[in-house]
Ligand binder design. Structure first.
Ligand code: NAD
Length: 248
């Protein structure tokens, strides 16, 4: 099993159709202990319970540094270590450039960019002690294309920031045995996108996707599995596109 007994923390993983939830499910199938973090404790616990008794769900707002540190301590107290962190929590706001206010900028950058920093800082000391760990950061094709259908320019900025932060972390943490990589999903059918696409929009979007379909959460979960496990043991600082060929 690719993740046998590995303790895998996934942020923003309670949403039913989400990428984080699919990742927690796939990690569990491959022998990992999935720790589901999200804003709502009951939702996170229910999502973990669905996976079986080896798994846990806790409340953690990734924009709150003290909460990230506290949950990391709790996980290490209970399981003895953290092997994998997937920084998946993120929000979008479909705003035009001139409509972005300070509160919009803060909200979107806080979850993706500050959250990635805080949660990574919370687990890295534990990974360092064991000289081993894999951190996966969820960026977006919006970072590469400068905009998407549902995310505004501030979302692109946040997700481009994630790419830079992840590369810098990979450079600094490599000597400690910690790998850090990013994933740039294209258009994935989840709650962020679900129900908002009209047939006309879908037809137009598919013209730009050589594989001729939208992605699903499992497509991204499989990329997370590769980057979390030893399959990618000599890969760090990389960016893995999961977009059906959108950027070719
Ligand atoms: P989703 O809305 O289904 O899941 C996001 C989860 O993050 C939710 O469960 C939400 O409760 C949680 N969350 C929000 N703020 C949080 C906070 N402060 N602390 C902890 N958790 C918080 O969305 P998704 O489509 O599964 O997106 C997952 C990630 O993938 C996001 O980072 C998103 O930006 C990225 N992404 C999604 C797509 C797509 O097309 N769906 C494309 C590219 C990138």
């Amino acid at each position: 099993m690719l993740l046998s007994n590995k303790v895998c923390v996934i942020t923003g993983a309670a949403s039913r159709r989400g990428i984080g939830r699919a990742t927690a499910r796939l990690f569990a199938l491959h022998g990992g202990r999935s720790i589901i973090l999200d804003l709502d404790a009951a939702q996170a616990e229910a999502a973990a319970a669905e996976l079986g008794e080896a798994h846990r769900g806790y409340a953690c707002d990734v924009t709150d540094k003290a909460a990230c540190v506290a949950v990391a301590e709790r996980i290490v107290g209970e399981f003895g270590r953290v092997d994998v962190l997937v920084n998946n929590a993120g929000i979008t706001q479909p705003l035009k450039f001139m409509d972005i206010g300070p509160e919009n900028y803060d909200a979107v950058l806080d979850v993706s960019l500050r959250g990635t920093l805080y949660m990574s800082q919370a687990v890295v000391p534990h990974m360092r002690e064991r000289k081993s760990g894999s951190i996966v950061c969820m960026s977006s094709v919006s970072a590469q294309r400068g905009g998407g259908i549902f995310g505004g320019p501030h979302y692109s900025a946040a997700k481009a920031g994630v790419l830079g932060l992840a590369k810098a972390m990979a450079r600094e943490l490599g000597p400690d045995g910690i790998r850090v990589n990013s994933i740039t999903p294209g258009l994935i059918q989840t709650d962020i996108t679900g129900g908002k696409l009209t047939d006309a929009m879908r037809t137009e979007i598919l013209k730009g996707i050589p594989l001729n379909r939208l992605g699903d959460a499992e497509d991204v979960a499989r990329a997370c599995l590769i980057l979390a496990s030893d399959l990618s043991g000599y890969i760090t600082g990389a960016v893995l596109d999961v977009n059906g060929g959108m950027l070719i």
